[in-house]
Design a protein around this ligand. Structure first.
Ligand code: TXA
Ligand code: MG
Length: 369
């Protein structure tokens, strides 16, 4: 796998009526083993011809993504599920009829014609039909299924604008199609249909509640062990970023009335120690943070999870650009899109949640500072 440096071209197009000549140009790039980044309803994808191993290799190189993490194959027609997968269970067609085009990815048995490196050598393949005219027209024009992970550098939040893609992958992608911001802003729900019971591997844009209406034996994402052990010493490992902003992300949970006050107090403490602090706050909490010497990003109302999902990654990136040392945020409700939002926040926080209702947990945590 070798990366190749290219001059990145950016072309803007209308997401509702993509200009055919730009689509043809992008299809040519895909057919010549090139990389094209494009918007979807979830996040921007970094696409290559899914039937071409060399083209797919370039995705891994550009993203600096490990080979063992498989990619999603995007199709433009529901019937193409049979082109990229085989031995497909009936439930897949039922789900495709109900959720496609849309933010649901189905893991199925891979057809051999799909390049094996798409699936990191697994016998399965993840497939989805995006609900966005730019990729739909592009895939149709290219005449091939398109493998595309989120178009961010490995370990960075997913991109929801062409600028985010350029920031991460400029010089490593041939063409970026700028179709404006992504309407959902969170990645698709990944559902494994090869397991004994359909299992959500990653919560996302298609809410679990809607899936469970059709799949009675649906298995939700396995609860990861909470690293509540704040006695652990801060180590270099603690600073390892998985899927997160560059700053240290502190995620708080707490239902007590003075939960927000406690976050204010903690932020003040960090500021007093000379740290540059970023805050992601809902409208409900915002009044208590006014006047604080911190970078504050508004998220909108905590009742509007769709609105928050749409801007979440952009706000993390924006705080990173401002060079903050810490980002503080309170957790949100977990219904509907809240499950996906909570998952992304949990990962950004390196699987640590600080419980504001537990004095012991809090004081242990702040022994670090
Ligand atoms: O919304 C989305 O899903 C976006 C847009 C561009 O479609 N794509 C995206 O791709 O988020 P990526 O690569 O960042 O995330 C794909 C996820 C990864 O967690 C990967 O492990 C999982 O899907 N995945 C892909 N193929 C799989 C397979 N064969 N079996 C299990 N998991 C798979
Ligand atoms: Mg990704």
């Amino acid at each position: 796998m070798s990366d190749y440096s290219v001059e990145t071209q950016i072309l803007s197009l209308d997401p509702h009526q993509p200009e055919p000549q730009i689509i043809s140009r992008a299809a040519e790039v895909l057919n010549a083993q090139g990389l094209v980044a494009f918007p979807t309803e979830t996040v921007y994808g970094l696409g290559a011809n899914a039937l071409d191993e060399i083209a797919v290799d370039r995705i891994f190189a550009a993203k600096q993504r490990p080979f063992y993490d498989p990619l999603i194959v995007h199709i433009s027609r529901k019937i193409d599920i049979d082109f990229v997968a085989q031995s497909i269970p009936e439930i897949a067609y039922v789900l495709a009829a109900r959720f496609w085009p849309g933010p649901l990815t189905l893991v199925l048995k891979r057809h051999e014609r799909v390049a094996p490196n798409v699936s990191a050598g697994l016998g399965t393949v993840a497939v989805r039909m995006p609900n966005h005219l730019i990729p739909l027209k592009l895939i149709e024009a290219a005449g091939v299924p398109v493998a595309a992970p989120s178009a961010n550098l490995f370990t960075r939040p997913s991109p929801t604008s062409a600028q985010h893609v350029l920031d991460d992958l400029g010089g490593h992608v041939d063409l970026i199609l700028d179709g404006g911001p992504c309407p959902i802003g969170l990645e698709s729900t990944v559902l494994d249909l090869t397991a004994e019971h359909p299992t959500i591997l990653r919560p996302g844009g298609a809410p679990a509640e809607a899936l469970s209406e059709i799949i009675p034996d649906l298995i939700l994402p396995s609860a990861k062990p909470f690293k509540d052990d704040t006695n652990a010493k801060p180590s270099p490992g603690m600073m390892l970023k998985h899927y997160s902003p560059k700053a240290k992300f502190l995620l708080f949970k707490g239902s007590s009335r003075n939960a927000t006050e406690k976050v204010v107090e903690i932020a003040r403490g960090l500021i007093a120690q000379g740290y540059k602090v970023g805050l992601m706050v809902t409208d409900e909490d915002h009044p208590q943070f006014v006047g604080m010497k911190a970078e504050i990003e508004r998220l909108g109302s905590r009742q509007d999870l769709a609105g928050i999902g749409k801007i979440l990654f952009a706000r993390m990136r924006s705080l990173d650009k401002k060079g903050v040392d810490f980002i503080l945020m309170r957790s949100l409700p977990s219904e509907g899109l809240g499950l996906a939002i909570g998952d992304r926040l949990f990962k950004a926080a390196e699987q640590q949640v600080i419980d504001l209702d537990s004095e012991k947990n809090l004081s242990n945590f702040f022994r670090f500072f």
